[in-house]
Design a protein around this ligand. Structure first.
Ligand code: ADP
Length: 599
């Protein structure tokens, strides 16, 4: 039995109360019955003694015969179950309702002595005559103011006892019955009070086990109903908060998942707290590491290790670049920062968070810029030195006319070269600066090519290179373009083709149309480009043969300009070449479907 349970406690308390009340009532009843019996017996005996006082006086004063009185005593005694004794002043028994023969002197009996002294005496003792427990009442018998003797009435106590034991039996039976009723009632009352509490306790246990959608039953007494309502509003509040937290976590996870940058958060013992997909990808892991994973068991990345250790060791932040452990040659930018435990000021620090970003392109661009500045300086230095040398020679008035003429020519050529480089650089930078914002308008697909070819026809002819142009287009096609820049593109391509094609060769330009694109080929039968150089041909200042290009007046910027202009048009430029066989450049530009009416 569970003595902790409220129903058992109530049941035991009520049943205990019933038992205490019953026992109390029984004890009280016992005392009452005993008193009542005593009073009734004493009254009966006194009454009997008093009724015999007159006649006793007569007998003891010898004014009346003894025998009829003795008979009367016997009759009275038999009919009432009493023993009546008349005792003379000297203690001699004059007459006794039960004993007929001679009897011992009764003068020393306590009730007789008491009656002599006070008029009435009583005693409860074992009778030395009958040998039974007896209750005695004695009355002093007087005649004419003189003490004549004592009349004593006695009754056995045994019948009273048996009467009381019957009463006890009845009392016990009633007590058992009342106890049964009391226990039954206690049980019902305890269930009545505890039931709603037990129900609410069950519901609360389910709530505590996480079933927050459960509604606690609101029934029973007012306090229990208030408790149920309180629990319900608490679970509602809890549900809302959990929902809020879940939403916040989902938002964070969604944001982290959509980030390009990798995020790795670790705790003070370098265990993963959080890792997003991008981090797994950048670190070359097949899947994200879950919370609690030990980072270095899955990953070997000394720079990240160093950064996290530095921050966990006390630095506020750490930044650095490292080659990706993915071994794909990418460069990762690492930024590690401390994560302070804002909730608990006693705990010194919660951990560190590392942001990983792919900085390959940025670093490459930075390198390109550095190289570019170096290249520009290098490209300008040679013609500048030549110009300065020429000027120095020319400054000498004693130089011969022929030498002066030669140095004047050198100075002129190098100044022109400087001008060409600077002008190409300016072009390139303004094309780059314009970028997507280059002003574009509908342009005939073959217009810029024909203009450029027209301008170069003379140069081709004087070099002895045949320049072939396409016939008029069957369907006029249009592109969105900047004619001036496109002319520059085709001028550069045709110029190169003529330049790098020996005398007797040919340059063929073609225009092909597809539903979406206009493709312009510039093909020559020249010296071609070695396969190793093809990927670098569009870089600034890149030349297959530096001195030859310089001799031919090239700046090494022509194809870079072509690439940037075509890109600003949303197009592409590609090259195919075989050394000694010739080269074919193809410019692809997006075609616009409708033909403007007024053009
Ligand atoms: P350059 O001013 O030197 O011509 P470009 O950027 O126009 O500079 O060209 C870069 C290099 O590409 C040239 O130096 C040359 O080596 C090579 N090249 C360009 N076009 C051709 C071609 N049609 N045939 C052979 N080589 C070419």
């Amino acid at each position: 039995m569970n003595f902790d349970s409220i129903s058992i406690r109530i049941f035991l308390a009520l049943t205990g109360l019933v038992v205490v009340l019953l026992v109390g009532a029984a004890l009280f009843g016992e005392v009452q019955v005993r008193n009542y019996q005593q009073v009734a017996l004493r009254d009966q005996l006194t009454e009997t003694a008093d009724s015999l006082l007159g006649d006793s006086t007569e007998v003891l004063a010898n004014r009346a015969p003894a025998e009829p009185f003795a008979q009367r005593l016997r009759d009275l005694g038999r009919s009432n179950g009493l023993r009546i004794t008349l005792i003379a002043v000297d203690g001699t028994v004059v007459s006794d309702s039960e004993v007929t023969g001679p009897m011992a002197n009764h003068g020393d009996r306590p009730e007789v002595l008491e009656a002599q002294q006070f008029g009435t005496g009583s005693a409860e003792r074992r009778s030395s005559t009958t040998g039974k427990e007896t209750f005695y009442i004695s009355r002093r018998v007087e005649g004419d103011g003189a003490f004549l003797g004592t009349i004593r009435v006695a009754s056995e106590i045994a019948p009273l006892r048996s009467e009381r034991s019957r009463f006890h039996t009845n009392l016990a039976l009633f007590g058992l019955f009342a106890l049964g009723i009391g226990a039954g009632a206690s049980f019902l009352i305890s269930r009545w009070i505890s039931k709603p509490l037990e129900r609410i306790e069950q519901d609360a246990s389910e709530l505590a086990a996480g079933r927050l959608d459960l509604r606690v039953r609101s029934e029973g007494p007012a306090e229990v109903r208030r408790l149920a309502n309180g629990l319900n509003s608490m679970s509602r509040e809890l549900r809302d908060r959990l929902e809020g937290m879940r939403r916040a976590r989902t938002e964070i996870e969604t944001i982290l998942a959509s980030m390009q940058e990798g995020v790795v958060a670790v705790d003070g013992r370098e265990r993963v707290v959080l890792m997003n997909e991008a981090a797994a990808r950048l670190l070359g892991l097949s899947a994200q590491l879950g919370p609690g994973a030990t980072l270095w068991e899955h990953l070997r990345f000394p720079e990240l290790e160093r950064g996290l250790r530095a921050v966990l060791g006390g630095s506020s932040a750490w930044h650095g670049d490292a080659v990706s452990p993915n071994q794909d040659g990418r460069t990762l930018g690492l930024s590690v920062a401390r994560v302070e435990n804002s909730e608990d000021a006693d705990k010194p620090m919660a951990g560190a968070v590392a942001i990983l970003s792919d900085v390959t392109a940025i670093r490459r661009l930075e390198q390109v810029r550095i190289d570019f500045v170096a290249n520009v300086s290098h490209e300008l230095r040679t013609p500048l030195a030549a110009v300065m040398g020429a000027l120095e020679t020319l400054a000498d008035p004693e130089q011969e006319a022929a030498i002066r003429a030669r140095f004047l020519d050198i100075g002129n050529r190098n100044a022109a070269r400087l001008q060409a480089i600077v002008s190409d650089l300016l072009d390139l930078s303004s094309i780059e600066a314009e970028g997507d914002r280059m002003p574009l308008e509908p342009v005939r697909a073959d217009g810029p090519l024909r203009t450029a070819a027209g301008a170069l026809a003379g140069a081709a002819e004087s070099k002895g290179v045949r320049l072939e142009l396409p016939g008029p287009l069957a369907t006029p096609a249009w592109v969105r373009g900047n004619s001036q820049r496109l002319e520059q593109v085709f001028t550069n391509l045709l110029e190169n083709a003529i330049k790098y094609t020996p005398k007797g060769g040919r340059v063929i330009a073609r225009v092909r149309l597809t539903p979406k694109e206009v493709l312009v080929d510039v093909e020559d039968s020249g010296m071609g480009i070695p396969a190793a150089s093809l990927p670098r041909i569009f870089e600034r200042f890149y030349r297959v043969d530096r001195s030859r290009s310089r001799d031919m007046g090239g700046t090494g910027l022509g194809l870079a300009i072509v690439k940037h202009v075509v890109r600003a048009h949303g197009g592409t430029v590609s090259v195919k070449s075989e050394e000694g066989q010739g080269t074919n450049f193809t410019v692809a530009l997006p075609r616009i479907p409708e033909v403007p009416k007024n053009s």
